[in-house]
Design a protein around this ligand. Sequence first.
Ligand code: CP
Length: 302
Amino acid sequence: MKSKSLISINDFTKEEQIQILDLASYFEKNQNQRIFENYVIATLFFEPSTRTRLSFESAVNRFGGKVIGFADTSSTSVQKGESLKDTILTVSNYSDLIVMRNPIEGSARFASEIAKVPVINAGDGSNQHPTQTLLDLFSIRQTQGTLDNLHIAFVGDLKYGRTVHSLVIALSNYNTTFYFVSPTELKLPSSVKMVIKEKKLTYYQSTNINDVMSQCDILYMTRIQRERFSGPLEYERVKDSYILHKEMLDNTKNNLKILHPLPRVNEISEDIDDTPQAYYFQQALNGVYVRQALIASILGVK
Ligand code: CP
């Protein structure tokens, strides 16, 4: 994995993904490290973020590294018309690794092809979010003790949800049974469904969340993403499609855990936060350990 970029979850083999999860488990219990000293990591966020940017920066800082970058482009030369190519070539000179979020699909792959240092995709439009996938896999393994043969339900915006796309592709390696719950206009893209079909895995589609509650080990809730819609009317029509309430957890499996990449809007009612099923804030914390493991693997400093 040394010096490799991570743009799509398939850039790392199943074995490489597992190595990162194992290293993250080690780091979870061994935070007293200075292995990123002498390294500078650039975080370039062309699109808003709380968890991804701050957990990357926390991951680097906790292991003694330095962070440069921007949380938005308002104070950068992008405002003067500088191209992505020139920005990446410039920042390559200043850092050992670039973490980039950009609203344009394919921008992260482009950046990795021209950068002189490895690039990590922190989300490119509706395409992929592979580091979220690694922390989702880590969280699933933590809560279920395995990644194999699980029943996993995805609920919400499955069309634009890049975290869903990457995670479904990764879980196709583990004999997962999938349940997809979404409004008709926000169904999982056929390109992602094709991956499941090629692996001959079972999947079910529904518009009703109650169809899946009693069957799943993991309930992966997602936000309906206002920023991906072409107009407010289209968003208004579907924005409240799924709201998970505490009483909906009756008659679910004992091992059920609720994940959410966050941020949430209203799709998980706050009275669920204190239930044993809620795991989304721990999931966000797991992002620090997983990103430490990923950076260490790419820098070759584990
Ligand atoms: N999960 C996630 O990508 O969150 P942010 O948008 O806050 O980074």
